[in-house]
Write a protein that binds this ligand. Structure first.
Ligand code: SAM
Length: 364
């Protein structure tokens, strides 16, 4: 069985490293399909101040009890161990990460872990312009920048107030826009806007979103809806493919030239609008059959499940290992490698996938 074999081969490699006493010198993890794993997406909370229908379908959400969520110390330990195994990029997400108490000190510590040279944040943007405490001299965005966060990804599906409220369940469009402006003013290396494509909802707004990104100096990416959260999230009626979105954009702006060498560490493909020079991205998990080929990611959920793939039900309980006082960092490393050995070749989203968890409980 390939899985057992691969587990054995990873263990053999690991044992050899252990024998040589240089376990901490791994500079990459590789799965059975040649994916080099260097990226850990860390969800620090399942709580959110918005209620996007495709992410968190019901209003009466029950949040995880606090003791089930990994503490910051536990997450930092996982990140340190990951860094010793070759994780060099980390993105903090949720839920809405900026809703968790003391998130700024946590991110500050994360940025100082040796080997992690790229820390990013995914946020809905609504709290970026807010001060962490009333007399603070700086905004959350400024504090993040000062800590060394390099990129901020901000969700923005629509510029229409009513549509925003319908999609997110909250009337926070102006807060999100202010957050985007604050992040740009802070001078992060990249501010990326993520827009989920939804037929009948924002398909007529793609041009405005492209113009908005150009005006603000942000990099916009259009993302296909994925069947996470509940099976109603994605239907033939509301799905808008990247291919259609491209055509709509080309109709208005003219030809899009592919930029195969332009990369941002994720699965997006980038194109340049010839007429304006603007670069825009597309993330087509459902229609791009090469989507998983360059996957370099593991995900840590806020309650400590390590997941080798967003679009697979596989997940492994790292919290059990961390909270067992007999388990050492070497045990944690073995655990990491075993999860990497189980990483599938590609996601299952196209195979009548039935979601087992809401996106908010995985971390987008
Ligand atoms: N609260 C943060 C935010 O708004 O970006 C981080 C968490 S959110 C789950 C991360 C990203 O996942 C967002 O860009 C969101 O639009 C995306 N997302 C959530 N559910 C999705 C779905 N069903 N299909 C595609 N993208 C989804």
């Amino acid at each position: 069985m390939p899985t057992l074999l691969s587990l054995r081969s990873v263990r053999l490699k690991l044992d050899r490293r252990l024998e040589n006493g240089n376990l901490s010198s791994w500079d990459f993890m590789e799965d059975n399909y040649g994916h080099l794993i260097s990226y850990l997406r860390i969800s620090i909370t399942d709580r959110c101040n918005e209620r996007c229908h495709y992410c968190l379908p019901q209003e009466n959400q029950e949040w995880l009890p606090r003791e089930e969520v990994l503490t910051y110390e536990e997450i930092l330990r996982v990140a340190r161990v990951g860094a010793e195994l070759g994780i060099s990029k980390v993105r903090v997400t949720g839920g809405e990460p900026l809703t968790r108490r003391n998130v700024l000190s946590f991110i500050d510590e994360l940025c100082q872990i040796p080997g992690i040279d790229d820390v990013g944040l995914s946020t809905n943007g609504t709290l970026l312009n807010r001060k962490p405490y009333p007399d603070s001299p700086e905004t959350n965005a400024a504090a993040l920048k000062r800590s060394g966060v390099r990129t901020v990804n901000i969700s923005l599906d629509t510029l229409n107030q009513q549509e925003y409220e319908q999609t997110t369940g909250r009337d926070y469009l102006q807060l999100a826009i202010k957050g985007i402006e604050t992040a740009i003013a802070e001078g992060f290396e990249k501010v990326k806007l993520n827009s989920v494509l939804m037929r009948h909802k924002n398909e007529h707004e793609l041009w405005d979103l492209v113009n908005f990104a150009q005006e603000k100096g942000a990099l916009i990416r259009f993302i296909e809806l994925m069947p996470v959260s509940s099976s109603e999230v994605l239907s033939e009626d509301n799905f808008l493919s990247v291919g259609e979105a491209k055509k709509l954009i080309e109709f208005k702006f003219g030809a899009l030239t592919p930029l195969p060498d332009f990369k941002t560490n994720g699965p997006a493909s980038y194109f340049q609008i010839e007429s304006t020079g603007q670069i825009i991205g597309f993330i087509g998990a459902m229609t791009n059959f090469h989507f998983c080929e360059t996957c370099n990611k593991l995900r840590l959920t806020c309650e400590g499940k390590l997941r080798p793939c967003l679009g697979s039900h596989l997940e492994f309980d790292l919290r059990e290992v961390i909270r067992n006082p007999e388990m050492t960092d070497e045990d944690l490393k073995k655990f990491f490698l075993q999860v990497v050995a189980r990483k599938p070749e590609q996601h299952d989203f196209r195979d009548n996938y039935q979601p087992g968890r809401r996106m908010i409980a995985i971390g987008g």
